[in-house]
Design a protein around this ligand. Structure first.
Ligand code: ACO
Length: 376
């Protein structure tokens, strides 16, 4: 129970003004720069959405193509970073590798990582580089051939190529593109807030994204998508879903992929990803994950009244493509980096140090005891 005047978890605290993203948690609407996520998911590409987040307007065809070409040109990593990545333990958590590599990238790009030098150029560089970082690590630990920048590929197709060393089909590319669009921003979620807090000290873009990657890793945030697949593995068949989920709930365990601080109805991203999970499952002749998730949804809603969030269905799509579970959160990061950087740039435009206060509930008048006289 919180002390009077304390908003635990900053729930319902309005911390700043932003033009980037709007969530209507009661009506299940998500808006990027004025555009409904459902229209963007149905008609746009990740490149268009990244442009929208950074520039505040949808690109023309030539602006979108230019951004796609720019991503292609910015994908390679400095050889000195790749050398350092080669020394990272292959059993590392890929999110740890991503966090450390983003941080290390700044050492080799001192101009762009200079406080005060942060710009859309730096945002594009980081967005282009993240799939390469993840792919470089995953390929090394899996014995796959060295990654190439493949400038002709869209971000969605490149991400699949980076991780699996194969080109995705048209349907797979679109499924990943939609997932990237849906994950690109989400107002003041924990990782974006972390990025904005870092930026509000006038620190640089690379530092802000490093903070954000570390924050996204947690299982209550981006890490939930990996845990959903662990749950499905544990359940095994739809007939056992009821028993396993009820048993977890009776032990007050959280069911990953459900619940949200802001949405009081279904997360619109979950609605769209559910359709894509089914579509990809049908194309692969494997509806096992989809059917399991539908059953889990039914039980969790009946027992707890909770709705699915963005993390419930994304992992099933990536799994059907053959992507290992521990890469799901890094995939999330490689999309959310567009939003993180848009927010950081917005923070610089209207900067005020983010520094809340705490209600002190400890002692204040203890008598100091010299170290030689302390007993236990
Ligand atoms: N499973 C079971 N119970 C849940 C769940 C869940 N997934 N989510 C919330 N609850 C319950 C809590 O136990 C609590 O019950 P109580 O009042 O009886 O103790 C009640 O609902 C309220 O939960 P809070 O934790 O106070 O709600 P909060 O707004 O802080 O939590 C959160 C939001 C962290 C997302 C929560 O719903 C959760 O843990 N979900 C599972 C993790 C997850 O899917 N995270 C991804 C979120 S989307 C994203 O970050 C990309």
């Amino acid at each position: 129970m919180a002390a009077p005047g304390v908003q635990r978890g900053l729930e319902d605290v309005v911390a700043l003004e932003s033009r980037i993203c709007f969530i209507d948690g009661h009506r299940g609407r998500l808006i990027y720069q004025g555009y409904d996520i459902r229209d963007l998911a149905a008609q746009s590409t990740f490149e268009e959405v990244a442009y929208l987040l950074w520039y505040g307007r949808l690109p023309t065809a030539s602006q979108s193509n230019d951004l796609r070409a720019r991503f292609g040109a910015l994908r390679s990593l400095p050889p000195a970073l790749v050398e350092r990545m080669d020394t990272m333990p292959v059993e590392s958590n890929p999110m740890d590798v991503l966090r450390t590599s983003v941080s290390a990238l700044a050492l080799f790009e001192p101009d762009e990582a200079r406080p005060g030098a942060s710009s859309i150029g730096g945002a594009q560089r980081l967005t282009a580089a993240l799939p390469t970082i993840i792919g470089t690590f995953h390929r090394r630990r899996s014995g796959l051939p060295t990654i190439r920048p493949r400038p002709e590929l869209s971000q969605a197709a490149y991400l699949v190529y980076a991780l699996l060393d194969r080109e995705p089909t048209e349907l797979e590319t679109r499924a990943v593109d939609v997932a990237l669009i849906l994950h690109a921003d989400h107002e003041l979620n924990a990782s974006t807030f972390a990025a904005r807090v870092t930026a509000s000290t006038l620190s640089d873009l690379y530092s802000a994204v490093t903070s954000a990657v570390g924050t996204l890793k947690g299982p209550l945030h981006g890490g939930a998508n990996e845990r959903v697949m662990e749950l499905l593995d544990e359940i095994g068949t739809p007939e056992l879903a009821e028993e396993v989920v009820k048993s977890k709930l009776s032990k007050h365990e959280r069911i990953m992929g459900f619940g949200h601080r802001v949405y009081k109805v279904e997360d619109p991203r979950a609605t769209i990803l559910r359709e894509w999970s089914k579509k990809v499952g049908e194309a692969k002749g494997n509806l096992r994950y989809y059917e399991l998730l539908r059953k889990v949804e039914e039980v969790v809603h009946r027992e707890k009244g909770l709705y699915p969030n963005v993390d419930l269905y994304s992992g099933s799509i990536y799994s059907l493509l053959g992507i290992p579970h521990d890469l799901f959160t890094p995939i999330f990061a490689s999309s959310r980096v567009a939003g993180w950087t848009a927010h950081v740039l917005e923070e610089y435009q209207d900067l005020r140090l983010i520094r809340p206060t705490a209600k002190y509930v400890g002692a204040t008048d203890l008598a100091y005891v010299p170290i030689s006289e302390r007993t236990g």
